[in-house]
Design a protein around this ligand. Structure first.
Ligand code: 13P
Length: 247
């Protein structure tokens, strides 16, 4: 059976002191989990978290990457730089980047290519807004977002993680119902199957107000292979209990 993946997305939260408490608390409570656990931290804390997590049971992740390989791009961070800090996963196309930084489907697909070329697994986020869901456009939107990544990455598509994050469920306390989430995951699975004969091993994880109370039910669905957890990944006990639901 495929191992579930539980990835925390700290977003723009943390401090040297808070990170140390959080990571040490997680490591102390984790033991040897039978699922995969990752922490996607702000880039300035990669070195700190790499050191804190060395030899531990969690993988390091980043939250974004430049679409460029190298050069005069002030403020950007390349995939090769992430690789130097032991980054294993990199979120690309998070809805907050699509919304606030106007990232297009093509740009997100290029970012996925950049990290794959450095041996880093992209966590490709897709998801519809509330207006798109209410207009009955959920499938069309998530398929369009994923199609760009499939198109740009060819057979490497089997090396990605896909995260379905309905925009209206992020940070709002509103979770997609179990049926809504499973239904979209099944659509994404079919799309991946049409693109790759390895599709069944591609993790499709759910994000959007996942918490200690709803994780077990979501993670029990046949096409939900894990979670991308925002707010609840900042609290040791909440994140550990989500991990326990997955293991
Ligand atoms: P919340 O879990 O805070 O809703 O955030 C989800 C998310 O955006 C993870 O990437």
């Amino acid at each position: 059976m495929k191992k579930k993946l539980i990835a925390g997305n700290w977003k723009m939260n943390g401090s040297l002191a808070a990170n140390e408490t959080l990571v040490k608390g997680l490591l102390a409570g984790l033991g040897a989990p039978v699922c995969q656990v990752a922490l996607c931290v702000p880039s300035v804390y990669l070195a700190q978290c790499q050191a804190l997590m060395a030899h531990g049971a969690m993988s390091l992740g980043s939250q974004d990457v430049s679409q460029h390989e190298v050069g005069a791009f002030t403020g950007e961070i390349s995939a090769a730089m992430l690789q130097e800090f032991g980054v294993h996963y990199c979120i690309v196309g998070h809805s907050e980047r699509r919304q606030y930084h106007f990232e297009s489907d093509v740009l997100v697909a290029t970012k996925a290519q950049r990290v794959l070329a450095c041996g880093i697994t992209p966590i490709v986020c897709v998801g519809e807004t509330l207006a798109e869901r209410e207009a009955g456009r959920t499938e069309e939107v998530v398929k369009r977002q994923l199609a760009a990544v499939i198109h740009a990455n060819g057979c490497c598509i089997s090396e990605v993680v896909v995260a379905y994050e309905p925009v209206w469920a992020i940070g709002t306390g509103k979770t997609a119902s179990i049926e809504q989430a499973q239904q979209v995951h099944a659509v994404l699975r079919q799309q991946l199957q049409a693109a790759s004969n390895q599709a069944d091993r591609i993790p499709i994880i759910y994000g959007g107000s996942m918490n200690a109370a709803n994780a077990a039910q979501l993670l029990a669905q046949p096409d939900i292979d894990g979670g991308l957890v925002g707010g609840a990944s900042l609290k040791v006990s909440d994140f550990l209990s989500i991990i326990a639901s997955a293991c």
